[in-house]
Design a protein around this ligand. Structure first.
Ligand code: GAL
Length: 971
């Protein structure tokens, strides 16, 4: 269907709106009027264009109708107006403030009415045409394009009202040529923060009004390209691609690399290399009409639903995806090209192969990058009406025919804009909009316009309108039962593949449980992977708080730091969650026991062979590499495995803990990472660690109020450790508290036990330590205590047993729970303070980053060094962080600690209590001590800030436990 038949914009404002007719369009359910039909977007052609981005004059009014439209007339004096950057959001440029809500509308729900308080930004830009701009006599015209304006804009050019539009993250074009003059053109844009369109844009994000994407003037020469649709399919049985470019304006299509030169509308079949996210082969071509040459980047690929699976080029794909909102901590959803590229490169470098553009079509340049570097894209429409859930979905616009033209307009603007991208394999109708006829109409329109892609919508639980069963935050057990086909559901749904369009809620520390999900995805064909929620924290750079989140701007309704739930910190530094995800989804599996001298390599790509990778081995003894080399691995095809022989064990390995590390790295520079970039790795242990043995030969001596045991000095009355070899140690005792993570806190709507609140109710943040006995024996100092919260009868009987061989001081801790412990423990270990001068940390264990029981896949066993500050993970809302896993020994502040068994190591310049109190990182003030936690156990992390909690195997139950540490002074 040519774009001229796309749903047209209803010109007539709805009856019955109460705003003055001058601004009646604001509350009109119609998408707008005066705009041109939607069409394919392309960055450049040989037709001239002029960017109107820049510093615009700006005036903010409190209501939609506070000012008349005199400002739009040429000659209006706006000299005393402020200036803002376009693209930009005025609330991030000193005018008004941002508002964050998850699903609550920050205004009364009375569709399509909006509040009288409706911040309205008048924008003015005066521009000249470049000297070589074709004059009118040359024919053709000029189009004025807005790529994104939130939420409703009215546009005047040289005093003439062009029309108005809604649909914030979608392009809108006006015919403008007849109004242009060589110089002094006045473009006036009135932008209203709230409009009927706001009801359709209730995504979980900041409300950020403004002209936040490019504004461009496009010359349209006579005979220019109008709309065109590149159909480029691939037949995997023949290895041939078929290209047909339908164009509203006839012309020719050339693809020199394929020897193609055909008329528009004419199919041509040639041998090609197909496009996939793993092998993003693009052929450069040109669409030439009488008046314009448009460059094409053509990727041949066929998407289909076959055998109940999502297949591309005949093969089922496994999505290892992320949900990406557009975000920059200074400019909000106004992103420059470099930021978009950084996102794509970071994704590729972390083994991510798919993006869901939650929850609106991104800046179109992002899709060019996905074509180029290779990412599967689920392109989602700018539609969410989640706030209607508060009234049981009554009056939901998606089930009210009056809104259907607006919904179809959004669907068309997305599909027409993005249809020529090979990366887009699935259209998504929107997010969390309930159910209704409007959605069905969108799905039908999309299928009719573009049968070459699949349709997604998570809210369609019966999959009536969709090609896949999609859910968010389903538990591991449920996903597994869906994999087994035991989930029931409608007949249609039972035959469809499954994706988790959101899972692994990456809010704060976490998510935990990703590896467990991945194992399930890989075990069942029907499960085609998922998309972690979400890519980046939407923290706003802020002088007061470092990064601001909901509530920091005095919003009366807000959802706090729920807006900071990404795998990247706001500055795009990868969080441990992303490093974990990279490991979990690596496209090569390296497995084996290490001891038998072979390693099994599996190519877990869906398409690519292993020719891009080189394999390396190294052998470590006690965490230090003693030998290394290249490992020849056959160029396995996707899905194949091979057993590869490792070299003979290096000599002299006795007595030390030893093992192989095998890594797959890029063999040559790739477009997205340099040669040597690590793609996958595994460690295969060979010889076991010898745990420290301390024979209890030294005698405790009690004199002058102190007890001395080898290098240890204790207070005689309390048995409290004071110094080890002269190094001061304060407050060493059992510790069970951690500053609850966002995932510990859980979401208010969760049914299950929410650990953070339960721990506080139980009083685990205010444990009391009762001293029962200090026993000085022949070869040991034993301190007996009971550790318990006020107001509870439960407790932990805790015995500290100190022994020494003359040089090394050993602490054996035994913990026996008493009473009915119905909550797990946050952590179990000891903590103590060292002098604040302690800074350098060395350890042998998991690293370099943090790890927790269900987020530890990426911890590499080795020797690591850090500073105390660098051990901290900068979660936007402070919370437990920074533990290093499987630590054999650690050195800090002049002390060396060895554990039996291995322990979790944490060190910070504040206590867990301070960490817990802090709302922002700027609240964390270093104290006089460095607090060290040596933990025998840590509770898992899970994903309960929106999804399921930790799996049972990661729950730290209060059970009898024994663990020990050996302290020595470092030299
Ligand atoms: C989902 C929603 C997302 C986001 C997420 C929680 O329900 O689709 O937009 O709100 O939960 O962070």
């Amino acid at each position: 269907m040519p774009s001229s038949e796309s749903p047209r914009i209803s010109p007539a404002p709805e009856q019955g709106t109460a705003l003055s007719s001058r601004v009646g369009y604001v509350e009109d359910v119609a998408p707008g009027h005066g705009t041109l039909p939607p069409r394919a977007w392309y960055a450049a052609s040989d037709a001239p264009s002029l960017s109107l981005n820049g510093r615009w004059r700006f005036r903010l009014s409190p209501t939609a109708d506070a000012e008349d439209d005199a400002f739009a007339a040429p000659g209006y004096d706006a000299e005393n107006w402020a200036r803002v950057s376009v693209p930009g959001h005025w609330v991030l440029q000193g005018h008004g403030t941002p508002v964050y809500t998850n699903h609550l509308y920050p205004f009364p729900v009375d569709p399509p009415r909006v509040p009288t308080e409706n911040p309205t930004g008048d924008h003015l830009y005066v521009f000249d045409l470049p000297a070589d701009w074709p004059d009118r006599a040359a024919g053709g015209g000029t189009v004025l394009r807005f790529d994104g304006v939130e939420s409703c804009a009215r546009v005047w050019l040289n005093g003439t009202d062009l029309g108005e539009f809604k649909g914030s993250r979608l392009p809108h074009e006006f015919a403008a040529g007849h109004l242009l003059k060589p110089s002094g053109n006045v473009l006036a844009v009135r932008v209203h923060q709230w409009s009927a369109g706001s009801y359709l844009e209730d995504q979980d994000q900041w409300w950020l009004p403004g002209i936040f994407r490019d504004v461009t003037l496009l010359h349209r020469p006579a005979g220019a390209v109008l709309d065109f649709f590149v159909h480029a399919s691939y037949d995997h049985t023949t290895g041939e691609g078929t290209l047909r470019v339908d164009s509203d304006v006839d012309g020719r299509v050339t693809v020199p690399g394929l020897g193609v030169d055909v008329a528009t509308g004419e199919p041509v079949t040639v041998p090609v290399r197909p496009w996939t996210a793993e092998t993003p082969v693009l052929y450069d071509g040109v669409l030439a009409t009488a008046g314009e040459r448009v460059p094409l980047r053509i990727g041949f690929r066929t998407v289909e639903l076959a055998d109940g699976l999502i297949k591309v080029n005949g093969k089922a794909v496994l999505f290892k995806g992320v949900n990406r909102h557009e975000w920059h901590p200074e400019t909000g959803r106004a992103l420059d090209l470099e930021t978009m590229r950084e996102d794509v490169l970071l994704m590729k470098r972390h083994n991510v192969n798919a993006v869901r553009t939650s929850h609106y079509p991104p800046h179109p340049a992002f899709l060019d990058l996905c074509d180029e570097y290779g990412l599967w894209v689920v392109d989602e429409c700018d539609l969410e009406t989640h706030g209607f859930v508060e009234q049981d979905w009554r009056d939901n616009p998606v089930d009210d025919d009056r809104w259907t033209p607006a919904l179809l307009d959004r669907a068309a603007r997305m599909v027409e804009r993005d249809k020529n991208h090979p990366c887009v394999v699935v259209w998504s109708l929107g997010n969390e909009a309930g159910t209704g006829r409007g959605l069905t109409a969108m799905a039908e329109w999309i299928r009719d316009r573009d049968p070459s892609r699949l349709v997604h919508y998570e809210g369609d639980i019966d999959s009536r309108d969709t090609d896949m069963y999609s859910r968010m935050y389903a538990s591991h057990a449920e996903v597994e039962s869906i994999g087994r086909g035991l989930d029931g559901g409608t007949r249609k749904r039972r035959r469809l593949p499954f994706i988790l369009c959101e899972y692994g809620h990456a809010m704060g520390n976490g998510p935990g449980g990703l590896a467990d999900y991945q194992r399930i995805f890989e075990a069942y064909d029907r499960l085609q992977g998922g998309f972690v929620w979400e890519w980046i924290d939407h923290g706003i750079q802020d002088e007061r708080h470092g990064y601001a989140y909901g509530g920091d701007f005095g919003e009366e309704l807000h959802d706090g730091n729920f807006v900071c739930d990404g795998l990247l910190f706001p500055d795009r530094a990868p969080s441990p969650g992303l490093v974990e995800y990279k490991k979990v989804i690596e496209p090569v599996r390296i497995e084996g026991s290490g001891a038998d001298g072979t390693v099994r390599i599996t190519n877990a790509h869906d398409f690519a062979d292993l020719s891009a990778l080189a394999f390396l081995w190294s052998y470590q003894l006690d965490g230090e590499s003693v030998d290394a080399g290249a490992l020849p691995v056959p160029e396995l095809a996707a899905g194949e495995s091979a057993d590869v022989k490792l070299p003979p064990l290096p000599a002299g390995t006795r007595g030390a803990e030893g093992g192989w590390t095998v890594r797959a790295v890029l063999a040559a520079d790739a477009a997205w990472a340099p040669k040597g970039h690590e793609v996958a790795w595994a460690q295969l242990p060979v010889t076991e660690r010898t745990v420290p043995k301390v024979s209890a030969t030294a005698r405790p001596v009690s004199r002058d109020g102190v007890i001395t045991l080898g290098p240890g000095v204790f207070e005689a009355r309390t048995g409290t450790l004071r110094t080890v070899g002269g190094v001061e140690v304060t407050g060493l005792r059992l510790d069970v508290w951690r500053a609850p993570t966002d995932n510990d806190e859980g979401a208010s709507w969760q049914d299950g036990l929410r650990y953070g609140p339960a721990w506080r109710t139980y009083g685990l943040h205010r444990m009391r330590h009762r001293l029962d006995a200090v026993e000085v024996g022949d070869n040991a100092l034993t301190v007996r205590t009971r550790v318990a919260p006020a107001a509870r009868e439960t407790g932990l009987t805790t015995v500290y047993h100190w022994t020494c061989d003359g040089a090394r001081l050993k602490l054996a801790v035994s913990v026996v729970p008493e009473g009915d412990w119905s909550v797990p423990l946050p952590r179990l270990g000891v903590r103590f303070g060292l002098a604040g001068s302690a800074d350098r940390v060395r350890w042998f264990g998991g690293g370099p980053g943090e790890a927790y029981p269900d987020s530890r896949s990426a911890a590499v066993l080795g020797r690591w060094e850090s500073t105390v500050d660098a051990l901290q993970t900068p979660y936007v809302r402070p919370q437990e962080n920074g533990a290093r896993a499987d630590v054999r020994w650690a050195e800090i502040g002049g002390l060396r600690v060895e554990g039996d068994p291995e322990f979790w190591f944490t060190a910070r310049r504040w206590t867990s209590e301070h960490l817990d109190e802090a709302a922002h990182r700027t609240d964390l003030v270093p104290g006089h001590a460095v607090w060290v936690n040596l933990d025998h156990g840590q509770h898992g992390i899970g994903s309960q800030s929106c999804g399921p909690g930790p799996l049972p195997q990661y729950v730290l139950r209060a059970e009898p436990a024994r663990f020990s540490f050996v302290f020595t002074k470092t030299s």
